[in-house]
Design a protein around this ligand. Structure first.
Ligand SMILES: Cc1ncc(COP(=O)(O)O)c(C=O)c1O
Length: 404
């Protein structure tokens, strides 16, 4: 995640915790549905869902008993043994994605690391000794050395060189840039992008662009690797954001919303990527543990049972329409965009200060790419709660634009 660096001045010291985040001076104690309470009893509407993580909100009445049941059975074993819940979750992910198999890990960056290893091995297996992966300006894939090298944000990379080699960077939504790389670079093995860039400012890859990428990957025998860590698991109103374009990736990293708050990551693979890694090629101690797997199985079951895909699409559309209605005419508001419940409001100036002001007014949101207000609430958010987001946020934006 990106630290809300504009809030640094407000941060209270936590002398025993490394100082890697600019935190707000708020300590949350509990939550229910789309609401959170802090240790001083103040109440907040959750428009952030722990950065697109709490799919089912807080203390969900179906998820909590299932996790309690799992705690009494098994939390962790090891991948030395079969873990039936891994098979159950993998089968469900294959059913809803149309892909063929999954590897489980613990976070988004780990899912992306696995995807990058698959891409490199795919290249080596066909005789390419120095495989290269096409990545994007403004992308965000994580904070490990390889994933921050794939990330297209100099602030995230600063101070951590030398970066990992083997990446070629292009702008989003420009097929001619990819064609130019295809022409000049025989070492390319994969294209790796977020279907909707999250940290980069809620920037969607266009439908025709995604379809064009699929065709180019087929033509050149490259892997299409779609990072759905933030935009997947129902957030846009379909299980996965690329499904709006009617295409399938070869490799799809997932994390965040898959466990509704329990740490989890997955890489889901289609036929061309399925058998690239074999025994001994990759692994993790905690990945695929029974507690995380149960959280994934139950999250997907509840999303389906409670009709949350259609709900996210409909309430997201209403929320975006209301934001446009309130904000579009304002000079200073460049665009309201997104899909379903992944929404960005781009201003014409840095607006990180709104994070703290929204929290003071009882609303959790975030600001990404300096000037984009990001709203990614739990998928269970009601129409009334969505209207409350608009009612709290829009006056803050009006006041902010009037003063700066
Ligand atoms: C698209 C995307 N990929 C990867 C990551 C990294 O995930 P994690 O923080 O779980 O390592 C993020 C985190 O924000 C993300 O938005």
């Amino acid at each position: 995640m990106n630290a809300p660096d504009t809030a640094k001045t407000l941060a209270r010291p936590m002398p025993h915790v490394l100082n890697t985040y600019g935190r707000l001076p708020i300590a949350l104690s509990h939550g229910r549905g789309c609401w959170l309470w802090d240790t001083e009893g103040r109440k907040y509407l959750d428009g952030l869902a722990g950065i697109a993580v709490n799919t089912l909100g807080h203390a969900h009445p179906k998820l909590v008993p299932a996790l309690q049941d799992q705690l009494t059975k098994l939390i962790h074993t090891s991948n030395y043994y079969e873990i039936p819940l891994q098979e159950q979750l993998a089968a469900k992910l294959c059913e809803i994605s149309g892909l063929d198999g999954a590897f489980f890990c613990n976070s988004g960056l780990e899912a992306n690391e696995a995807a990058l290893k698959i891409a490199r091995k795919f290249g080596h297996d066909k005789g390419i000794d120095r495989p290269e992966v096409i990545v994007y300006e403004r992308a965000f894939h994580g904070r490990s050395i390889a994933t921050l090298s794939a990330t297209g944000n100099p602030k995230v990379q600063a101070g951590f060189g030398p970066l990992v080699e083997g990446f070629v960077r292009v702008p989003l939504n420009d097929l001619s840039a990819i064609e130019a790389v295809a022409h000049s670079n025989p070492n390319v093995v994969a294209i790796f992008l977020e279907t909707i860039q999250g940290e980069g400012g809620v920037n969607p890859a266009r439908t025709e662009y995604l379809q064009g990428l699929r065709a180019l990957c087929d033509q050149h025998d490259w892997l299409l690797m779609l990072d759905e860590v933030q935009c997947g698991i129902g957030r846009t109103g379909k299980w996965f954001a690329h499904q709006w374009a009617g295409i399938q990736p070869d490799v799809m990293p997932l994390a965040k919303g898959l466990g509704s708050g329990v740490p989890i990551g997955a890489v889901v693979c289609g036929p061309r990527a399925l058998n690239v890694l074999g025994p001994g090629n990759h692994g993790t101690t905690f990945g695929g543990n029974p507690l995380a797997m149960r959280a994934g199985v139950e999250t997907l079951r509840i999303v389906e049972e409670d009709g949350l895909l259609d709900h996210a699409a409909a309430v997201g559309e209403a929320l975006q329409a209301a934001l446009r209605h309130e904000l579009s005419a304002l000079t200073g508001v460049k665009e309201v965009r997104g899909a379903g419940l992944m929404i960005g409001v781009e201003l014409d100036r840095p607006c990180g200060v709104l994070l703290g002001r929204a929290a003071e007014a009882g609303l959790m949101i975030s600001v990404t790419a300096d000037r984009v207000i990001r709203i990614v609430p739990p998928l269970i958010i009601s129409y009334e709660e969505a209207a409350q987001i608009v009612a709290i946020l829009c006056p803050l934006i009006h006041a902010f634009l009037a003063e700066t």
